[in-house]
Design a protein around this ligand. Structure first.
Ligand code: UDX
Length: 424
């Protein structure tokens, strides 16, 4: 994509400095580089992934005092040519930089479209008098937002609903030329029908992005590849992969219930126990020593895994997940059915979609308890009752494959995006 003077057009990509946001932004960079653009990643120095994995990108350390803001136009002025800025919607301070320098800008939404739709639904239900939310309402369906219940909304448990809605208003009022989404038409059709008229800018759904162009690892933690050798020794679709992403934290009691639920299920498992993911964890090591002895070779525990490779491995037959959007897309793309244990943010909405819209998984509804866990694992992985879920997951994989192939919705949308960037 040539700009002035016959050079490639430069794009400055501004990720939000967390794993679940850096990964899709670097994937977007890889895809757009393959389409002929030059890519600069603007990020606080503290959160750089291993830059040697991305020799085609220029990394621009931001000079801000805050990790979560990008508000110094000089950072961009240092570049030789005028770029187009693509920023994560949570780095909304970039809007002012783009306006100040009169540069075109595009928002990148790393989450799902249905979560974005909730940004319009939440203020409406507040106006209609549903807040503060009463516990007795938690299981009622939200008007015009089925099958979501009040308890699935990101505001439901918040103490300061007004603060959240203020944040939502800032994001929904951003003035940019367009919007990119790591999602797929076929997964979020009904939400998109409601959302698109509200956005008033062209939108481009180009997910699942990791299937559009193979991106190198962007992990902030070191991946333990020993789990791949362990997976190689397991039988087809026998392993339950367990991981709750990069941010969720649990009480020790929940870890104990998980451990004994896994042990009692008799199913092989690969469990990512991220450092810092267990609150007040003095005795968790003792607990895990007993547990490891009891499960022996049937279990493999690591601190961080090469997740995309794990989910694509033929031995993996299920994923017990917190339903972060990246994890969910990675699982659905590989046809791996899910057990959903959402924590916060968009995860409850995604969990509801996995279990009640796409029906490729089951939700752990109640308090996390070993008997319930054991039943869920058996249903998902082996029992006849789970067969339809497993089949739908396999079908969804094929549908997503079609979307990134020539003529598919994400393939076409990417080509439209490229033309759009050249034109703005
Ligand atoms: C957060 C939110 O939780 C999520 O809901 C939101 O959509 C994005 O920001 P996170 O909690 O980290 O992200 O979850 P997720 O979106 O699933 O991203 C985690 C990423 O880390 C995935 O790409 C996954 O492949 C990767 N990962 C996770 C690993 O590479 N190894 C691991 O062991 C665990």
């Amino acid at each position: 994509m040539e700009g002035q003077g016959g050079r490639r057009r430069r794009l400055v990509l501004v990720p939000y400095p967390f794993q679940g946001h850096i990964t899709p932004m670097l994937q977007l960079g890889t895809i757009l580089h393959s389409k002929g653009f030059s890519i600069t990643i603007a990020l606080s120095q503290f959160d750089f992934p291993d830059t040697s994995n991305h020799p085609d990108f220029v990394f621009l350390p931001l000079s801000n005092d805050s990790l979560y803001r990008f508000n110094d136009p000089d950072d961009i002025d240092r570049l030789e040519e005028l770029p187009c800025i693509i920023f994560d919607s949570l780095m909304y301070s970039a809007e002012a930089v783009a306006l100040h320098l009169k540069l075109p800008s595009i928002i990148f939404r790393t989450g799902c479209a249905t979560f974005a739709l909730s940004f319009y639904v939440c203020p409406k239900i507040q106006k209609e008098g549903y807040t503060p939310f009463r516990a007795s309402k938690s299981l009622e369906l939200v008007p015009e937002f089925h099958p979501l219940r009040f308890k699935d909304l990101p505001v439901f448990k918040l103490k300061n609903v007004d603060e959240f809605l203020q944040h939502v208003t800032t994001i929904t009022n951003l003035r940019t030329s367009g919007m990119i989404w790591n999602s797929i038409d076929c997964l979020e059709q009904s939400s998109l029908v409601q959302l698109c008229p509200k956005l008033q800018v062209p939108i481009f759904l180009i997910g699942p992005m990791h299937k559009l162009a193979p991106a190198p690892s962007s992990s902030l933690l070191e991946e333990d590849r020993s789990c791949i050798s362990w997976l190689n020794k397991q039988t087809e679709k026998s392993v339950l992969y367990v991981s709750f992403g990069s941010m969720a934290t649990m009480e020790e009691k929940e870890v104990a219930e998980m451990a004994w639920g896994l042990a009692n299920s008799k199913q092989p498992f690969l469990w990512v126990l991220r450092p810092g993911s267990v609150r007040m964890s003095e005795s968790v090591d003792l607990l895990l020593d007993d547990f490891k002895e009891s499960v022996g070779e049937r279990g493999c525990i690591v601190k961080w895994a090469p997740q995309k490779e794990v989910l694509a491995h033929s031995s993996v037959g299920g994923f017990w997940s917190h339903c972060g959007w990246n994890s969910t897309l990675e699982s659905v793309s590989e046809g791996v059915p899910m057990i959903c244990r959402p924590f916060s943010g968009d995860q409850k909405i995604i969990s509801r979609y996995v279990s009640h819209v796409w029906r490729v998984g089951i939700e752990l509804e109640n308090v996390i308890e070993r008997g319930e866990i054991e039943r869920a694992i058996k249903l998902l992985m082996v029992e006849k009752e789970g067969e339809e879920i497993r089949q739908r997951a396999a079908d969804a994989k094929l549908e997503l494959q079609l979307s990134v192939q020539k003529g598919g919705s994400s393939y076409n949308s990417l080509n439209e995006l490229v033309e759009f960037i050249v034109s703005v």
